[in-house]
Each structure stands twice: as structure tokens, then as C-alpha cells.
Design a protein around this ligand. Structure first.
Ligand code: NAP
Length: 293
């Protein structure tokens, strides 16, 4: 981080808890790089703010008062922020959650960069996406960004797998016809019928996340049902790789971990705030260094 002086501008992340967020690490690494270069003329610092749910409105008013330029949001604020914004991007409306907010003359505006983050590592593994079926494990917040990302790719079909029929049905009904993709919901027991046709399998459940490093959302015998060349994508970034991805690699599948998504959603947010390209590689290095990878 550079030296903080009287003219340093503020960015940040709000969450509750916020202590484990990697965002301060990756953003301050990029800002340090950009700010050390005289030619950018930039002077920013990125701070964590632990904001309880009941204090969200007060926190946003406080941000206005101290002239904070922009912020990220993590659990539990990603939906609650929506009514406090003057404008919400189409993509954030589709996902139903905002992770990036910036200040304008008309008030705070928000978008969701998780979709861009999710799609970035898939660009290295191009496929005829329109023929491809996707299986998404889990139907929570992250699954919504994955669904929107898969719809943007133009995939042939999206199958969302969950353990609670009521939640699955609400998930299915929450999408309007604008999604532009065929979406079906299933219980876990349907997986053996879905996996042989799936070119992309995405884990959006927290199963396998530290400290449950010996768990996987599905047995290797299920993974072995995927066709050759299929992609196994785990949104979890710690441990790295997860058991799910270790097993996928052992089967010769393409494995993608959640770190690139995390870094790319952060880079997309920083580009919005600074209105210029940002050093994505520096952000990735900082994240890996922090996680001991
Ligand atoms: P969430 O909203 O709580 O959703 C979690 C989903 O997983 C729910 O559908 C839940 O099912 C399901 N689930 C939880 N435990 C399960 C279990 N034991 N067996 C089967 N299903 C289970 O959480 P989220 O915000 O979507 O985050 C999910 C994961 O994605 C986390 O590990 C998070 O760290 C990761 N993530 C990564 C990035 C990134 O940038 N790499 C971004 C966002 C999230 P029920 O609804 O039935 O409880």
C-alpha cells in the first residue's frame, strides 16, 4: 500500500463478517501498483467495513458523508442494498444481487461483476457452448450469477441441482423469460441422469470449503460419468484445489478453481471505479500469496 495522505480517496468492502474477505488484499495490491506510477495520478486506498445488517442504511449515508468513491458488498448485503441505489444495472437485476457500487451525481449506482468473474476463466476453454448442457450444484446466491453467465454464453440447457424442492421451485420461478436459456431444476438424486450429457459441471455449494477439505459435493463415481473433455468448475478457492477438483483432474477433466473468478470480479469492480485498465495479474499474485499458494 502507498502512503496515505490528505488527498487519498477511499474505496472499500462492506460485509458482516468481513474479516475473511480477500478484497482488501487484491484491491490494495492493484492500487499500490497503479498509485506508485506518477503518470496515473491515482491515490486510493481500499478498506474493510464490518457493517451489521441493521446498520446498512446508516453506513451508506456515512459513505456519502465521508465521500467514499465506491464499495463492494459481500454477505449479507448483496440483496439488501438494492432499494438504496438510484440505478441498478440490467445484469445485477437479473442476478438479483449487487456486489459493486459507485458514486454518481444522481446517487449510488450498482452492478454485479460476479458474472464477468465467472465467465473469465472459461474463455481459456472455448467450446461450442450452444450445444453444451450445464449442471449447477446448489441454488443459492452464487448459483444465480452462474445461471446468468451460462445464459450469456448461450448454452443449450442449464440444470440446477439442489436438496430442497421448495427452494428449487422458487429458484426456477424467479427467472423471467428474458433469461434466454432453458433452465430446469432437479433434486440431487437426478444427477446420474444429467452428468453423462454435461459439458460443464459447476459447484456453487460450500461443500469442500476449508475446513471441510475432505468433503466433495459428489462422489468420484458420479464425476466419472461426465463425458471426456468436460469442465469441472468449483467456485471455492480455498483449499486450492478442492477434493472435487483433485478428483476431476485425476479423471482427466478440465478443472477450474474459484480464485480466478474472485480476482476477475474484483478487477472488473476496480475498472469501474477508476475508469481505466487495472493490473489483474498483480491482484492474482496478491491473492495467491495471501492464501499461501
Ligand atoms: P449460499 O447462497 O448460502 O448458497 C449455498 C448453496 O449450497 C445453497 O443452495 C445450499 O442449499 C447449498 N448447500 C449448502 N450446503 C450444502 C450441502 N451440505 N449439501 C448440498 N447443498 C448444500 O452461498 P453462495 O453465496 O451461493 O456461495 C456458495 C459458495 O460459492 C461458497 O463456497 C462461496 O465461497 C463460493 N463463492 C465463490 C465466489 C468466487 O468469486 N470464487 C463468489 C461467490 C461465492 P440450501 O439452499 O438447500 O441450503
Amino acid at each position: 500500500m502507498g502512503v496515505i495522505v490528505g488527498t487519498t480517496k477511499l474505496l472499500g468492502v462492506i460485509g458482516y463478517p468481513v474479516e475473511h474477505s480477500l478484497s482488501p488484499v487484491i484491491h490494495n495490491a492493484a492500487l499500490a501498483k497503479l498509485c506508485e506510477s506518477q503518470e496515473t495520478g491515482l491515490d486510493y486506498v481500499y478498506l474493510p467495513f464490518a457493517v451489521k445488517p441493521e446498520n446498512l442504511t446508516a453506513a451508506i449515508a456515512g459513505f456519502e458523508a465521508i465521500d467514499l468513491r465506491g464499495f463492494n458488498l459481500t454477505i449479507p448485503h448483496k440483496q439488501a442494498i438494492l432499494p438504496l441505489l438510484s440505478k441498478v444495472s440490467e445484469i445485477a437485476q437479473a442476478v438479483g444481487a449487487v456486489n459493486t457500487v459507485w458514486k454518481t451525481d444522481q446517487g449510488w449506482q450498482g452492478t454485479n461483476t460476479d458474472v464477468q468473474g465467472f465467465l473469465a476463466p472459461l474463455k481459456a476453454h472455448p467450446r461450442p457452448w450452444n450445444n453444451l448442457e450445464v449442471v449447477i450444484l446448489g441454488n443459492g446466491g452464487a448459483a444465480r450469477a452462474v445461471v446468468v453467465g451460462c445464459a450469456q454464453l448461450g448454452v443449450g440447457a442449464i440444470h440446477v441441482v439442489g436438496r430442497d424442492l421448495d427452494k428449487l421451485q422458487s429458484f426456477e420461478q424467479s427467472w423471467n423469460s428474458d433469461l434466454g436459456a432453458k433452465l430446469q431444476v432437479h433434486l440431487w438424486r437426478d444427477l446420474p441422469n444429467l452428468l453423462p450429457r454435461a459439458g460443464l459441471l459447476v459447484n456453487t455449494t460450500p461443500v469442500g470449503m476449508f475446513p471441510q477439505v475432505n468433503q466433495s459435493p459428489l462422489p468420484q463415481s458420479n464425476l466419472a460419468q461426465l463425458p471426456p473433455g468436460a469442465i469441472a468448475y468449483d467456485l471455492i478457492y480455498t483449499p486450492n484445489p478442492t477434493l472435487f477438483l483433485q478428483q476431476a483432474q485425476a479423471l482427466g477433466l478440465v478443472a477450474i478453481d474459484g480464485l480466478e473468478m474472485l480476482v476477475q470480479q474484483g478487477a472488473a469492480a476496480l475498472e469501474i471505479w477508476l475508469n481505466r485498465p487495472v493490473p489483474v495479474a498483480v491482484m492474482g499474485q496478491a491473492a495467491r500469496h495471501h492464501l499461501g499458494l
